[in-house]
Design a binder for this molecule. Structure first.
Ligand code: PEP
Ligand code: MN
Length: 338
């Protein structure tokens, strides 16, 4: 059930509602919007008392059921779009964000050079894989904590926030110590224990869409983050597995307006894993902006031909800066600021 509070009520009145929700056997989740505070009350409605009685309370505007299987990520629960704060940046607001950096952190020179170049071109978040989910056990698995330390150094030097993948529950605390956003990769999108561990670090979580995940499953996976007391969730479309072979995956841009309709959480598009080809990245980024994405996640490498992972899809530093220039009119046409 969703309980919409009246604007301008006191903290004491709000607390009384929360106490009553708990008393009736539900767990309250507070969502604060610009104009309204909304409480998602989660519990088994067959087992617990009805919350309808709250509708008569003077501080309550409305009590309504959420019809969808996902509750807290749903736009029914939170009509205005939510934003996610990362250092001094706000994702999901008017400003359009670009997260960029190498697929994998390979060493200090590679990372610092990329970090400085993407910052100069206008990126606001630095990406870089420290723990890599590789299809083959014989491929480069990432530099691990050494890469995390380099990412932290790059943040110190550039001021860019850091996004990096969390691959296993056992690493949650360590990765959260260095990262500003935890990326959950496509292969782990329904690893529910990992999602819970990520949520509990309190860091913003970016949930990639699973390789063959339906949108409802993706939204329900996102629900695990909010249901574990972490309101800072970003969804990331990164392509799904189809029969097509001209691209590495099939980037489902229609998922962007669907998620924006269904959920209040910001949406990111990853064109790099999405198409797997550097020559297509610019076109797809323009499409993502037009479809209403809030941010992009783009792989950039000083020398893609020698990259230790995903060489074919990484942009050069110059290529990235050209892309950022080309995106400007599209970002403006979408009513966003760079
Ligand atoms: C990546 O971002 O480098 C990555 C491994 O992503 P995905 O989980 O989408 O394959
Ligand atoms: Mn990659």
């Amino acid at each position: 059930m969703i309980i919409v509070l009246k604007p301008d009520i006191s903290k004491k009145e709000e607390k009384a509602v929360l106490t009553e929700i708990r008393k009736l056997g539900y767990k309250p989740h507070i969502m604060r919007g610009v104009e309204r505070t909304v409480i998602g009350a989660i519990g088994d409605e067959r087992k617990n008392h009805t919350l309808e009685s709250l509708a008569s309370w003077s501080q309550v505007e409305q009590v309504m059921p959420v019809q969808k299987r996902y509750k807290l990520v749903s736009r029914e629960a939170h009509r205005s779009s939510s934003t996610v704060k990362v250092l001094d940046q706000v994702l999901g607001g008017r400003k359009f964000h670009v997260m960029a950096g190498p697929c994998s952190v390979e060493g200090e020179a590679q990372l610092m050079k990329t970090a400085e170049a993407v910052k100069a071109a206008g990126a606001t978040i630095l990406r870089g894989g420290a723990f890599k989910p590789r299809t083959s056990p014989y491929e480069f698995q990432g530099l691990g904590e050494k890469a995390l330390k380099l990412l932290a150094k790059a943040r110190k030097e550039t001021g860019l926030g850091i996004i990096t993948e969390l691959l296993s529950e056992g690493h949650a605390e360590m990765v959260a110590e260095y990262a500003d956003i935890l990326q959950i990769g496509t292969r782990n999108a329904q690893n529910f224990q990992l999602l819970i561990a990520a949520a509990r670090t309190g860091k913003p979580v970016m949930l990639k869409r699973g390789l063959s995940m339906k949108i409802e499953e993706w939204l329900l996976a996102g629900e695990y983050i909010l249901a574990n007391e972490n309101p800072n969730l970003l969804f990331c479309e990164r392509g799904i597995r189809t029969f097509e072979t001209y691209t590495r995956n099939t980037l489902d841009l229609s998922a962007v307006p669907i998620i924006k309709n269904e959920s209040h959480c910001p949406v990111v598009v990853d064109p790099s894993q999405g198409v797997g080809r550097a020559d297509l990245v610019t076109a797809v980024c323009k499409g993502a902006v037009a479809m209403g994405a809030d941010a992009l996640l783009i792989e950039v490498h000083p020398n893609p031909a020698e990259a230790w992972s995903d060489g074919a899809q990484q942009l050069t530093l110059d290529g990235f800066s050209r892309l950022m220039e080309e995106l400007k009119p599209f970002v403006a046409a979408a009513g966003r600021e760079f």
